[in-house]
Write a protein that binds this ligand. Structure first.
Ligand code: URA
Length: 443
């Protein structure tokens, strides 16, 4: 088999065989296929697309290129949840104990943040004493004992995707729905869960900017998961403003815990309940998400969800989760009249990084207490205190304040309310369908 012929076939719009796809993924991972040939094939795929069979095979080959986690020693339906990346997205911290409080184990590996989005591992590590580096034995033991654990991903998951992602980044082939879907799913499928709940973010602060794009990627991801016999669902959610009111590691832990007490922001609470309901339906704890949603609410009201969170933090060595303010804090005041029409999520994420909450390269260290507390949502009257900035680095405060004020857009009239949840993608009989979210059906 020659790489030249594979490139030519795709350039001519032909469907590649499974053997050709495996040859490419294996050869590229091992370094026998050079970047210039891989780039040519990526561009041909970008222009001519792939069939569903090709997409599933590409995903399978990337998944098989590295380690695969075997969670079969843990009893029960092991659920995983993945967000395509947002600002202020602390949903995993809420969902893991909520779902575990129903006896559905959450054995999850998470990553660190890079760029304007944060990572669950960084948030957890902001808790004094919390360890995300458990041995495999301790990880399994903890899940058996208390039903959940989240650790940092140290194993070599889907190395083919890692290499190809870097190549796509420099060859203008990132934004291709099939390649995005197979890239994400290759890693999720290698992580060994029995079902996958995807939170596909749409909007300014997200990787996918439009609903159409997000729908397409979500449908492909569900198709791939279901095609490999892993129940998979997706929820399409708004990222045109940060989720909740906090961005920054320790601040987000505090907000997640408040949410488990029933005192969290409305958007964060609603999204966590919807994602958890989807997981409980996949795990067959409930037959429909509406009943699951109500049962989840009851777990919060009864204090059981909070109890599970505290049990989890203690089991991984955490000793306290109150937010400890860093050396410098500063309120930001907006002197404008009208209504907040937009809070640029990506800019807010970048400002939090500037304050020390995020990193630009994987080698950078982060400041657990740095971040931003927001006081407004889109639709609120403008004017007054909009945020408090927290940092140990006084020198960045002026720039952070200027950029934060620029990230808040104001109009004279109240803007149209943004939907938090656009809808769901799931398999219904043979089809993958998008179902619009009907607001208010749960209350
Ligand atoms: N995230 C990924 O992991 N892969 C993509 O291609 C895009 C976003």
């Amino acid at each position: 088999m020659r790489m030249y012929d594979i490139i030519l076939a795709k350039r001519q719009g032909k469907e590649l065989t499974n053997e050709e796809i495996d040859f490419f993924i294996k050869g590229y991972t091992e370094g026998t296929i050079p970047d210039y040939q891989a780039s040519a094939l990526l561009m041909a795929i970008f222009l001519k697309d792939m069939t569903e069979r090709e997409i599933v095979e590409m995903t399978r080959a990337m998944m098989d290129s590295g380690d695969k986690i075997d969670l079969s020693a843990i009893e029960g339906f092991k659920a995983d949840k993945h967000s395509t990346g947002g600002v202020g997205d602390k949903t995993s911290l809420v969902i893991a104990p909520l779902v575990a409080s129903f006896g559905v184990p959450m054995a999850k590996m998470s990553g660190r943040g890079l760029g304007h989005t944060g990572g669950t591992v960084d948030k957890l590590e902001s808790i004094p004493g919390f360890s995300t580096e458990l041995s495999k034995e301790d990880f399994f033991h903890q899940v058996a004992q208390i039903g959940l654990s989240i650790i940092s991903q140290t194993t070599n998951i889907a190395p083919a995707d890692k290499k190809l992602y870097a190549l796509r980044d420099v060859t203008a082939t990132i934004d291709h729905p099939a390649m995005i879907a197979s890239s994400i799913m290759s890693k999720k499928l290698a992580a060994g869960s029995d079902g996958i709940m995807l939170d596909v973010k749409v909007g300014d602060g997200a990787f996918l900017k439009t609903l159409d794009e997000a729908k397409q990627v979500a449908k492909l991801m569900v198709m791939i998961g279901e095609g490999m016999n892993k129940p998979t669902r997706a929820i399409l959610t708004n990222m045109d403003q940060p989720l909740g009111f906090t961005v920054g590691n320790s601040l987000e832990v505090e907000e997640a815990r408040a949410t488990l007490k029933g005192q969290g922001p409305k958007d964060l609470s609603e999204l966590c309940l919807e994602l958890s309901a989807g997981i409980l339906v996949m795990a067959q704890k409930f037959t429909d998400p509406v009943t699951a949603y109500q049962a989840l609410r009851d777990k919060i009201t009864s204090g059981q969800a909070l109890q599970k969170f505290d049990e989890w933090i203690k089991a991984q060595g955490g000793t306290g989760y109150e937010f400890k303010a860093p050396l410098f804090s500063q309120d930001v005041i907006l002197n404008k009249e009208g209504y907040i029409s937009r809070i640029q999520a990506q800019a807010i994420g970048e400002i939090a990084s500037l304050l020390g909450a995020g990193r630009l390269t994987m080698e950078d260290s982060i400041d657990p207490s740095a971040g931003i507390r927001l006081y407004k949502k889109v639709g609120d009257p403008a004017g007054g205190r909009i945020a408090t900035l927290y940092t140990d680095n006084e020198q960045v405060l002026v720039e952070a304040e200027t950029r934060l004020l620029e990230a808040f857009e104001v109009t004279p009239q109240a803007p149209r309310q943004l939907p938090l949840i656009y809808g769901f993608v799931h398999q219904a009989d043979e089809d993958i369908v998008f179902e619009r979210y009907e607001k208010g059906e749960k209350s």
